[in-house]
Design a protein around this ligand. Structure first.
Ligand code: 3H9
Length: 725
């Protein structure tokens, strides 16, 4: 017979946690009515605490329990990141970690088995909750993902994860998960040993309930992580352990240049924790969590989380603007970008027509898209029939057949105005009224492209970054006549394929290339002044960029950079002057970068970078002669980008500082631990940035003239993000 243990079901329904007991089985249901996802907030901890009291007191004769979520798409999304903003001191954050740890210790020590029935995201504190359960069953829903992404927020797992995970799945796999923050789908989580079973979503609760009772009856044995000392896994013991840590440390240093404190601290906590019991290991964890949570790096990374989530969820249009549903798209131009866009869309369940003029070109594009899809499907361990279904979503064509059924068309043809005009006209002839025509141009003003259309209101920029499968940003560019439903649909489409969109107004270089351009030009000038290329690259990777500007020239392609540089120099001649000659000379010498194995750097037959090419100095007509301090290089390059970003806000290219930070971090790799150019100004102080810019202006002229908005902010002591002061 069913009994409800709480006072009134009606009141319970408004609570984030409720419990229902049926024949000795407690089903604990999470559904925070006040939040879009379940999070371990103070409120949830309080409610869960109440339920644990009752279970510890033996109320209702409970023999086994199951934890489920009623929230679509999430089981538990981790700690409440909003609450991190309230941490004033390390002690505040440490206390939050201890509260989480204590709750999960109580859960783990219950006298009855508890089964985590995971459907949706179990991340951070969410996965830590599951780790404290006796048994874990995950649904096969594509929304189910498990991981400890705390390092991405500048912290480490703080609710026992650093202690429990290595004991459950071994050091190597646990470090991999915790250092990368990667998220595993249910099957990969099972392979890794994190979950015990994967079941179809509709039967999750039923199976979980059965298994909970089977565990209680000792008919099923859980996989157990040893509670004390290091588990008896070869790799967790010396000397294997030493080797693993030393390799991991090396990897972290290589990737982060030591700029991110969290992964390094994580290694220390896990290493020291292995020789202690779980409770002692958690002491170390809580202290480290507390100290890390209040670092500037963590504050910036939390800023990146909230700004990018907001950019994804808010296109900046009124609530009354409805996007069209996007189930089918067409891509014109089956080159590398077109194929990438097709693959990314197919992976998210969208059917794609991929068109090129010649059958060979369409077939090549199809091959590229399929290879990319198969590679990713393998990583996800998809079944053969699923892979077939996936790749069948992309259909090649040389005609505009099937276009009428598309919701969005993306043109990704060669970057040439006449060609793009012709393609837009052809698309218009092939499609009906309510279709968005997006252009993947990186340089041509959208308003100019729209001139070719009979209905310019449906033309919009959809600027993807290369390689599409890896780059998270889509820059959506509206011209003054773009209809709101078109912007909303383009935004919804980008979100649907897992990208983070920002919406910007039409202007040369839009936003991302606009701020990248002076930075790249300045790097070329520094080369011209005689600074060594590897010195330039090192200075900027040490500042936190993933690659330096000279490497970036090679990656982007010098011919592409030359073209973009010219457009930008023409648009901003007064400030920027003529573009540096370095790039022209490189192109004249047949040096196009990595793509032809000849750029600033040398490349081996395998395409791998093989050190700077000293012959370049003769090509650019300048031997390296200048020893320049790293800080000076960093200031010259970073500040010119930051200043340009502020100009774009001042000119209304950006609709807000939020999008500027998201675009720079996700489109260029502006160091996430610096939060983006606007956050950087807030944190460094507009006055300080202003003074450094003025000093550079005195030495180098107008290109360093501070943006007016920066002058105002400095004078008035204003912030771009006053709510986060
Ligand atoms: C942690 O757990 C520390 C512990 O180790 C220590 C504990 C002591 N908090 O992304 P969406 C909001 S650190 C607060 O659009 P989706 C989000 O801002 C945490 N808010 O949905 C958005 O708000 P709005 C480790 C959160 O379906 C709304 O929910 N966990 C949180 O595309 C919808 O989000 C993580 O890092 C949160 N934890 O994706 C996971 N999570 O509607 C972070 C979400 O106002 N979260 N919100 O714009 C995610 O990765 C994704 O949100 C998730 C859902 C996959 C869960």
């Amino acid at each position: 017979m069913a009994t409800i243990l709480d006072e009134e079901r009606d009141t319970e329904q408004a609570l984030p946690v409720r419990m229902e007991v049926t024949d000795g089985l407690a089903v604990i249901t999470l559904n925070d009515p006040a939040r879009p996802v379940n999070v371990i907030s103070e409120g949830l901890l309080r409610e869960l605490g109440g339920i644990l009291d009752r279970l510890e007191n033996g109320e209702g004769g409970v023999r086994a329990a199951v934890i489920v979520s009623e929230k679509k798409g999430t089981w538990i999304a981790g700690a409440d990141i909003e609450e991190f903003k309230e941490f004033q001191t390390a002690a505040d954050a440490e206390a939050a970690s201890r509260a989480g740890q204590e709750m999960l210790e109580r859960l783990e020590r219950l006298r009855m088995p508890v089964v985590a029935a995971i459907d949706g995201a179990a991340l951070g504190g969410g996965l830590e909750t599951a780790l404290a359960c006796t048994y874990r069953i995950a649904s096969d829903s594509p929304k189910t993902k498990l991981g400890l992404p705390e390092v991405n927020l500048g912290i480490i797992p703080g609710a026992g994860g650093t202690a429990r995970l290595p004991r459950l799945i071994g050091l190597r796999a646990a470090l991999d998960l915790m250092l990368t923050g990667k998220q595993l789908d249910a099957r990969r989580a099972m392979k890794a040993g994190i979950v015990d079973e994967v079941v179809p979503q509709p039967v999750l609760l039923e199976v979980a309930s059965r298994q909970a009772m089977a565990l209680a009856a000792k008919k099923l044995q859980p996989r157990v992580a040893r509670r004390s000392g290091s588990p008896e896994r070869m790799e967790n013991l010396l000397p294997m352990r030493k080797l693993i840590f030393s390799k991991a440390r090396q990897g972290v240093m290589q990737k982060t240049h030591g700029l991110y404190p969290a992964p390094l601290r994580l290694l220390k906590v896990v290493e020291a924790g292995l020789d202690r019991d779980v409770r002692q290991a958690q002491e170390l964890e809580a202290r480290a969590f507390g100290e890390l949570a209040v670092t500037p790096e963590a504050r910036s990374l939390v800023h990146v989380f909230f700004t990018s989530t907001a950019a994804k969820n808010d296109a900046g249009l009124g609530d009354d603007v409805e996007p069209k549903k996007v189930d089918q798209i067409a891509v014109v131009g089956a080159g590398f970008m077109g194929a990438g866009i097709a693959a990314a869309s197919a992976e998210s369940g969208i059917r794609v027509r991929l068109k090129d003029v010649k059958p060979e070109a369409a077939a090549k594009g199809l091959r590229t898209a399929r290879e990319s899809l198969i590679k990713r499907a393998k990583r996800k361990r998809m079944k053969r029939f699923e892979v077939t279904k996936l790749i069948d979503r992309v259909q090649p064509t040389t005609e505009y057949t099937g276009f009428h059924a598309s919701d969005v068309i993306v043109e990704a043809v060669f970057e040439e105005m006449g060609l793009k005009h012709r393609v837009i006209k052809e698309i218009e002839e092939a499609v009906g009224e309510g279709v968005v025509i997006g252009s993947n141009t990186s340089t041509i003003p959208i308003a100019r492209l729209a001139e070719a259309a009979s209905r310019p209101d449906r033309v919009i920029g959809l600027h993807f970054f290369s390689p599409v499968e890896k780059m998270p940003l889509v820059e959506i560019i509206t011209h003054p006549g773009t209809a709101d439903w078109v912007t909303a649909t383009a935004h919804a489409y980008a979100k649907k394929i897992g990208k983070t969109p920002i919406v910007v107004n039409d202007s040369p270089g839009f936003y991302v290339n606009r701020i990248l351009s002076p930075y790249m030009a300045e790097a070329a000038l520094l080369l011209q002044e005689g600074v060594r290329m590897e010195e330039l690259d090192r200075a900027m990777t040490e500042w936190g960029f993933p690659v330096g500007p000279v490497t970036l020239y090679d990656e982007v392609g010098l011919d592409v950079a030359q073209k973009a540089g010219k457009i930008m120099a023409e648009a901003f001649t007064e400030r920027m002057g003529s573009p540096p000659t370095v790039v022209d000379r490189m192109v004249e010498d047949g040096r196009l970068g990595r793509k032809n194995g000849k750029g600033f750097y040398r490349y081996g037959d395998d395409g791998k970078k093989a050190g700077p090419d000293e012959a370049v100095y003769a090509v650019i007509g300048n031997p390296p002669k200048k020893e320049m301090g790293r800080a000076e290089i960093q200031d010259r390059l970073a500040l010119i980008m930051v200043n340009e970003a502020v100009r774009t806000l001042e000119e209304g290219v950006l609709r807000g500082a939020r999008d500027g930070d998201v675009g720079a971090v996700f489109g260029i790799g502006f160091p996430p631990f610096r939060g983006g150019p606007f956050w950087y100004v807030d944190r460094t102080g507009a006055r300080d940035v202003l003074e450094r810019l003025r000093a550079l202006e005195q030495r180098f002229g107008a290109r360093y003239a501070p943006a007016k908005m920066l002058e105002e902010m400095g004078r008035e002591g204003r912030l771009f993000f006053p709510d986060d002061a």
